[in-house]
Write a protein that binds this ligand. Structure first.
Ligand SMILES: CC(C)(COP(=O)(O)OP(=O)(O)OC[C@H]1O[C@@H](n2cnc3c(N)ncnc32)[C@H](O)[C@@H]1OP(=O)(O)O)[C@@H](O)C(=O)NCCC(=O)NCCS
Length: 164
């Protein structure tokens, strides 16, 4: 569950699997975070430096309050899912590699992550915040069951899903 171990394989299309993120994913995850769309729709609206990202990534890998997965499609890394745990709630953040977007990968990796959260009874409520112009992200969260709950102070759309 977000830790070194076997791949979680989902049989549904498009054949995406999640595995725990590893040290050597650091550059890949940064490249997805710093893709122009990801920067545009991020809360900071800024790319992250190699140094800052490296520190954050190393800490995230060992933080019990963070689950960080890399999605693979036939062994090729295609995205990442992060879940920040805070008591009974968890906040999702996702990114799909630019070349893999628009094929259902985002939805599929969210479905797999949600199944793991439910199986391990990690949290009862999951949320996500998306930029109001980020149609693909809003749609991906809605497609897997999230509902709009309102807006954050900085105008982002807040999504929520109650589990179990
Ligand atoms: C948001 C993101 C993760 C979505 O991943 P994805 O694999 O491209 O999404 P999917 O293919 O699963 O599509 C999700 C839905 O959005 C729709 N969609 C995809 N791209 C779209 C676009 N550019 N504009 C509008 N809708 C779009 C899809 O048609 C699908 O809806 P449908 O099932 O009703 O057809 C991806 O675009 C991304 O990494 N963006 C940059 C980082 C980011 O914004 N992360 C989210 C921060 S919370």
């Amino acid at each position: 569950m977000g830790r070194p171990g076997a791949l979680t394989v989902d049989r549904g299309p498009p054949g995406v699997a999640l595995r725990a993120a590893r040290d050597d994913d650091v550059a890949l995850v940064r490249s997805w975070r710093n893709d122009p769309d990801a920067v545009r729709f991020s809360t900071s609206r800024r790319p992250v430096s190699e140094l800052d990202h490296g520190r954050w990534f190393s800490a995230a890998l060992v933080d019990p309050r963070v689950r960080l997965w890399v999605a693979e499609e036939r062994g090729i890394p295609v995205g990442q899912v992060r879940l920040n745990l805070d008591g009974d709630a968890g906040v999702f953040s996702i990114a799909v590699a630019p070349a893999a977007r628009g094929r259902g990968v985002g939805q599929q990796m969210l479905r797999i992550a949600l199944a793991e959260v439910e199986r391990d009874h990690l949290v009862a409520i999951v949320t996500a915040v998306t930029h109001p112009d980020n149609s693909a992200s809003m749609r991906a969260f809605e497609r897997v069951g999230f509902r709009r709950r309102g807006r954050s102070a900085d105008g982002f759309i807040v999504f929520e899903l109650r589990l179990g």
